[in-house]
Design a protein around this ligand. Structure first.
Ligand code: FE2
Ligand code: FE2
Length: 243
């Protein structure tokens, strides 16, 4: 395995235990003057649908809506936080590919119709590293933003997340924002081995935690803002939840 863990055949990232070199210094969307407007979204939208199509195999749906859901919820949350319209749009596009690393996961894990064991969870968690690697190496701000979100959307404010165990403001702001939208949407989505939760059930877990999720894993400013738009969130999902 090469030192950086990234140089698989033809430069394609490989799953490994080495921490890859990752050079996506957060192109923060709050950085003044960042030229985010007017970027062609088609490439990112296609990538987002590619992830959704792959993830749909686990659900038996025509198309998983997780990526789209997280994109829309993240945009709503960014808007609530007072970001400008270009930043709101950029974070939506970038959030739409947050799980892009899943396209590189083996079927035996991604398509497993049941809970994963510890070793399988380790491989699944690696979708963050793979996603960051897939999207990194480009100068376009929205791609740098997407790489940042892909790598760090499972970090937790209390330091309990992955892949780097970052805590607090060491986690890029955009990843902290998307993390709230991602957990809500994941709770609502059904899986072969679990039903999708209702809006009220998902919000209860965000507020109070359960065995796997705790409020301390979220940046309080983004969690509170999400709680503040919960009626909009509920309307976005409509009444099609399974719970
Ligand atoms: Fe993820
Ligand atoms: Fe996700």
């Amino acid at each position: 395995m090469p030192e950086d863990g990234l140089s698989g055949i033809g430069g394609i990232p490989v799953i490994g235990t080495h921490r890859p070199r990752f050079e996506a210094p957060a192109a923060t969307i709050t950085q003044p003057g960042l030229p985010l407007a007017g970027l062609p979204p088609a490439g990112l939208i296609c990538l987002s649908k590619a992830v959704q199509a792959r993830d749909s195999l686990t659900e038996g749906h025509a198309l998983s809506l997780h990526e789209e859901g997280v994109a829309r919820l993240s945009s709503m949350l960014a808007d609530r936080m007072g970001f400008g319209s270009a930043q709101v749009e950029a974070i939506g596009r970038a959030a739409g590919v947050h799980d892009i690393g899943k396209i590189a996961l083996p079927d035996s894990i991604l398509l497993k119709p049941g809970p994963l064991d510890a070793a399988q969870w380790a491989v699944l968690r690696n979708h963050t590293v793979l996603g960051g690697a897939i999207l990194s190496g480009h100068e376009e701000p929205v791609l740098r933003l997407a790489a940042t979100i892909a790598r760090w959307h499972h970090e937790a404010f209390d330091g309990s997340g992955y892949p780097d165990g970052l805590a607090g403001e060491a986690i890029p702001l955009e990843a902290r924002l998307v993390a709230v939208a991602d957990v809500y949407d994941a709770l609502r989505q059904g899986r072969p081995y679990k039903r999708g939760l209702s809006h009220d059930e998902a919000m209860h877990i965000l507020r109070n935690g359960d065995g796997r999720t705790s409020p301390g894993q979220f940046d309080p400013q983004f969690l509170n803002a999400f709680l503040g738009i919960e009626r909009e969130v509920e309307r976005l999902w409509g009444d099609d939840g399974e719970g």
